[in-house]
Write a protein that binds this ligand. Sequence first.
Ligand SMILES: [Fe+2]
Length: 454
Amino acid sequence: MIRGSKIHIIFLFLPSGKEKYWTGGNFMVFKIIRKLGTLNMSKPLTCFIQMKKNNIIFSIYFLLIPVLQITARDYLTVTPDRPLGQQPFMITHGPYLQHLGETGVTIIWTTNGSGVSWVELAPDDGTHFYHSERPRYHAASHGLKNVSAVHRVRVGGLKPGTRYRYRVYSTEVVNYSGMKVEYGNTVASNVYRQLPLTFITNDHSKEESAFVMLSDIHGNNEIMRQLLGLVDWDNTDMVFFNGDMYGHLESQQQLFDDFMDTAVKIFAGEIPLYYARGNHEARGVYAHNFSDYFPGPEGHLYYMFRQGPVSYLVFDSGEDKPDSDIEYHGIAVFDDYMEQQAEWLRNVINDEAFISSDFKIAVIHIPPNHSWYGAGRIYENLVPVLNESGIDLMLCGHRHRVFVHEPGGGIDFPIVENGHNTLLHAETKGGRLILKIVDIEGGVVESLVIDRSD
Ligand SMILES: [Fe+2]
């Protein structure tokens, strides 16, 4: 990081007629330049002026040498743009919940500089958050605390169906050199001016469950705000983002500008978000960082979880055209990736939590069919195993339209497509799964009931 610059001036003069010594003189000057540059770990900018007066040749060298300061931020892969000295260290986005399960949750937030982080957890027992010292869960990997500007803390050892309160903390690392770590300020989420954030762990014995799903928002915060404004949060267990929440991703800032800041503001700090990656999530340079913000359990973006009587199979649909397509510029290998997901699916459908659930729902962005290559790839790889697994329903997005497909054409389950400006709501009630899709005014566009009460 450039922290300023120094100007050095070197004078060299020789009597006229001794020009043959210029080579040596210049060599000496360039050695000085190189030495100064090495000291400052930067390349000097140079210029010189030569003039002759009274048989003396004067040379003046001007050296502008950038002064570098290597800080912890320069060593780290995730480096936000924080103008030094202008902004205090602060939490910039989040926190939000990921992969809430029966016994654990991942909590994620970002800061405008790199630091070490942890979460403090308290039971929801009516005591003040500072009634006692709360247990700490650190952002760490392989025995070392992570030094990063994107903070992911896995909190484990929790009880199912239990509400917890939490507070997130980050301490800035201002310099990290050799074995020496220098720390700056500590920042934390608020527990004074507002109540601490809370979450409730999943519980497979919960009698009923309800969720909502959005898809194809493509960075339209206003539509998202209106649709989420229709949700009864007291009776909603979770939210699915079923793909294409942005067009293509170029930066962390865009990720939060396009949809995640709105999600955090409305629900994501307290209601769990489960993400099914769509084809657009795979586009753009920063798409490679997607899993930093939405890390799947066991390192995968496809996963299964259970809440109440429902188990969910969440897939990553991949791109919609062949891997060799000109649009992907040789960066896509989704054929192999879909085969991996099919292999995983063949195993996970034997999981007791999946088998014993009353309702089994697959969540995938692209609906399987033979119209496009990506849809066909899902049809070929996943549909035969999903038929065998006895799922009740598949939820999709992608085509920006609302549509309910009855079983048929080699697919043994109904498929519901959600639109880009509609909200899908589903709840279980006495052995029935009741699903409706509403527009931004709350008007019902489509509905479906799956009855398993007999
Ligand atoms: Fe899509």
